[in-house]
Design a protein around this ligand. Structure first.
Ligand SMILES: Cc1cc2nc3c(=O)[nH]c(=O)nc-3n(C[C@H](O)[C@H](O)[C@H](O)COP(=O)(O)OP(=O)(O)OC[C@H]3O[C@@H](n4cnc5c(N)ncnc54)[C@H](O)[C@@H]3O)c2cc1C
Length: 318
């Protein structure tokens, strides 16, 4: 079932969803199930599975030369989605990127998803590969998520890349896209970011999931601005609890979001990471409860492969 149908079926009640990462290459899929199992009591209608593109790894050889190797540390997005739908009978939402994909590879990826009975995709540009400063699309790939959304939308109308194909079968994907309450890190202004967000919707995306934020005011203002610009689709808030002290630096650095001073001070004063974990849970519960009151359709939690704190939060909110 599509995410938009789940929203409709919720009849205004806030529902629970979460995002997982594929395990590191070499690990077993059971590590994923061990994280999902404890969260099933909160009846998530869907689970997102992130996509991780290749990275360049540079290794110095004995002769002093540098070898450049391409590795994918977390493959398996499609397989995990199929396994989730099979094992739990809940919808899986695979993430799909512009980065690392030609248009042809995108089409083939989508065909695999359709054959597996997957009805949803989250369309993203992806970040620059770690050793590069700027995002570079593949030759014959997409530069922006809005173009990826257009390709999915075309396939939904039965338009494949090869226009000589006859009797083509239209896909029927529900497409989600990313939104940034604190602006995407490369956007020159929040107005331009929202302008291009609107383009993703115009090109066929049906709902937005936000980047994590720690101050609900940022989300409420973002929604207000989107509505003023004529974006009417559901905007699902994404939440992540702080879990360890090092998050104070890692989260702003990696995701370009601010942490409120009162949260920072509490974490700084905490005597160990056990105390930090509890502060993160309490903060996230407060955020969640206020968002539920505001009538958001879903609370979407970034689990980052660890579900125990999400379980504690969900048990206080749902
Ligand atoms: C909910 C969520 C899930 C994510 N999941 C993953 C994942 O699974 N794997 C992963 O690698 N990354 C993931 N990311 C990170 C995401 O890939 C990065 O934030 C990336 O840098 C931007 O992706 P986007 O889809 O928002 O890009 P876009 O919408 O393409 O925007 C990128 C930048 O370009 C600008 N822009 C957009 N369109 C145009 C245009 N037509 N002309 C000029 N400028 C334009 C925007 O303002 C923005 O600054 C996720 C992010 C979120 C919020």
């Amino acid at each position: 079932m599509k995410v938009t149908e789940h929203i409709k079926n919720g009849n205004g009640k806030t529902q629970f969803s979460f995002e997982i990462l594929p395990p590191l290459k070499g690990e077993n899929i059971h590590s994923i199930f061990e994280n999902i199992d404890p969260l099933m009591e909160f009846q998530p209608p869907y689970i997102n599975v992130t996509y991780h593109r290749e990275e360049y790894v540079f290794k110095e050889l004995k002769n002093g030369l540098i070898e450049k190797k391409i590795v994918r540390k977390r493959p398996g997005t499609v397989g995990i989605c199929a396994a989730i739908q099979n094992k739990y009978e809940v919808d899986a939402v695979p993430h799909i990127l512009c980065g690392g994909f030609t248009k042809e590879e995108t089409e083939n990826f989508l065909i695999d998803l359709q054959f597996l009975g997957i009805d949803n995709v989250m369309a993203l540009r992806g970040d620059a590969v770690k050793s590069e400063t700027y995002f570079t699309p593949e030759k014959n790939g997409h530069k922006y998520a809005c173009d990826l959304v257009s390709q999915i939308n075309a396939l939904n109308k039965g338009t494949y890349l090869d226009d000589e194909l006859q009797h083509t079968f239209p896909t029927d994907f529900c497409v989600g896209v990313a939104g940034y309450p604190e602006k995407h890190m490369e956007a020159p202004s929040s107005e331009s970011d929202i302008h291009f967000l609107k383009k993703k919707i115009k090109n066929g995306a049906e709902y937005i999931v936000t980047q994590m934020f720690f101050d609900n005011e940022k989300y409420f203002k973002f929604v207000e601005k989107c509505r003023a610009e004529g974006i009417t689709v559901p905007i699902i808030p994404g939440l992540k609890p702080i879990a360890v002290k090092s998050h104070l630096n890692l989260i702003p650095h990696r995701f370009k979001v601010d942490l409120p001073d009162s949260l920072v001070m509490e974490v700084v004063k905490a005597k160990d990471n056990k105390a930090v974990r509890q502060i993160g849970i309490d903060w996230c519960v407060k955020q969640s409860q206020e968002l539920v009151k505001a009538g958001v359709p879903f609370l979407h939690y970034y689990s980052m492969g660890k579900s125990s704190n999400i379980k504690e939060i969900a048990s206080q909110v749902f």
